[in-house]
Design a protein. Structure first.
Length: 360
């Protein structure tokens, strides 16, 4: 009976203590969050309740399983299992704490900073820092778990003896992966491209949706995702429309008849721009940029606060001005004109006809 009651009491006591400690921790964090509303850190730390409980429970069982007599025929197996659980839960807790700290820092910075470009830059940096910290914690935890097995300790010692050769071989074999890794760090702290930037890569327009240490995802206007290695953005040219500010200038072209009322078109363009909320008021003008034997090329220059508004503005200006020309000045639309050819002075026949040779 004692062999059953003692393990049950120890395991039950550990579970009860874990639940009470988790409840007390959550209560303290909720009170701290209500008291310090200027920072979201305490509220974000509430996500650590479950890994904290796992760490506490594994620690209590790890320290008392021998006295409690849990599976007395397999003490080494039980001890190793609890050790592995403890290492994994500590790594889980460390990742949650680091994530909460990073998210809190970004949230506080975004709340007090009005410059959207700086906010997106910090977001990119903290995201990559969070991924690096997670990768380091996972690698360290995996190594610690492997070292709990005696054969792995011998293997680790032999690996350290040949670390130089293995490092060279690994560096050559993983050259591309290492290149992407350093390119990701360069993007994070070099401020060349950020999450939320509008870019044009390989003639595709879209927004940067995700940046990791190895790849970058661009979401196109038609909801497609283009995944590219981050080394692309450090080795090849690309367009970043958000660099240096999101304001943009665009053009709208028309091909019209030579008799088009240009002065009236300029007045109508200004009225159209004033009615469109996408226009930011920085600039708007109209000029003839080219001419052909049949038409003239008319260009309007418009401005907007970002690329999305610019696209909408260009489409609206093009459509409204065409409708205005069709309704009020249809003669200004391009058309193919035909007329009889004027005969040459030495032509004796009908217009365009040549005289027959003598004797024909």
């Amino acid at each position: 009976m004692e062999n059953f009651l003692r393990p049950a009491l120890v395991i039950g006591g550990a579970l009860v203590a874990t639940l009470i400690a988790g409840w007390l921790l959550d209560l303290l964090l909720r009170r701290a969050d209500a008291r310090h509303t200027e920072t979201p850190l305490w509220g974000l730390l509430r996500r650590c309740r479950l890994p904290f409980q796992v760490v506490l429970c594994a620690s209590l069982l790890r320290g008392s399983y021998r006295w409690a007599g849990v599976l007395p025929d397999h003490p080494f197996g039980v001890g190793r299992f609890l050790t592995l659980v403890l290492i994994a839960s500590v790594a889980w807790l460390a990742v949650r704490i680091a994530t909460a700290a990073v998210d809190s820092t970004y949230a506080r910075y975004a709340a007090v900073t009005e410059d959207d470009a700086r906010v997106r830059r910090v977001r990119t940096q903290v995201t990559l820092i969070q991924r690096v910290v997670t990768a380091v914690v996972v690698v360290v935890a995996a190594a610690a778990m492997l070292l709990t097995f005696p054969p792995m300790r011998t293997f680790g010692a032999s690996m350290l003896a040949s670390a130089g050769v293995l490092g060279i071989v690994a560096g050559i074999a993983a050259q591309a992966a290492l290149g992407n890794l350093f390119a990701g760090l360069q993007i994070a702290f070099g401020d060349t491209v950020r999450i939320g930037d509008t870019v044009v890569v390989d003639k595709e327009w879209g927004r940067v949706e995700e940046i990791t240490l190895t790849f970058l995802t661009v979401r196109t206007w038609d909801e497609r995702r283009i995944t590219m290695p981050v080394s692309y953005f450090t080795s090849k040219p690309y367009e970043n429309w958000s660099r240096g500010g999101a304001q943009m200038t665009g053009t709208v072209f028309w091909h019209l008849d030579h008799r088009a009322p240009l002065d009236l078109m300029r007045e109508q363009l200004q009225e159209i721009l004033r009615d469109l909320p996408e226009w930011d008021g920085r600039g708007g003008g109209l000029a003839v940029t080219d001419t052909t034997p049949h038409t003239v090329q008319v260009r309007a220059v418009v401005t907007a606060k970002d690329s999305d508004d610019l696209w909408t503005l260009r489409c609206a200006v093009r459509e409204r001005l065409i409708n205005w020309l069709v309704t009020h000045h249809p003669y200004a639309l391009p058309r193919v004109t035909t007329a009889e050819a004027t005969p040459r002075p030495d032509d004796s026949g009908p217009a365009g006809a040549h005289p027959s040779p003598a004797g024909a």
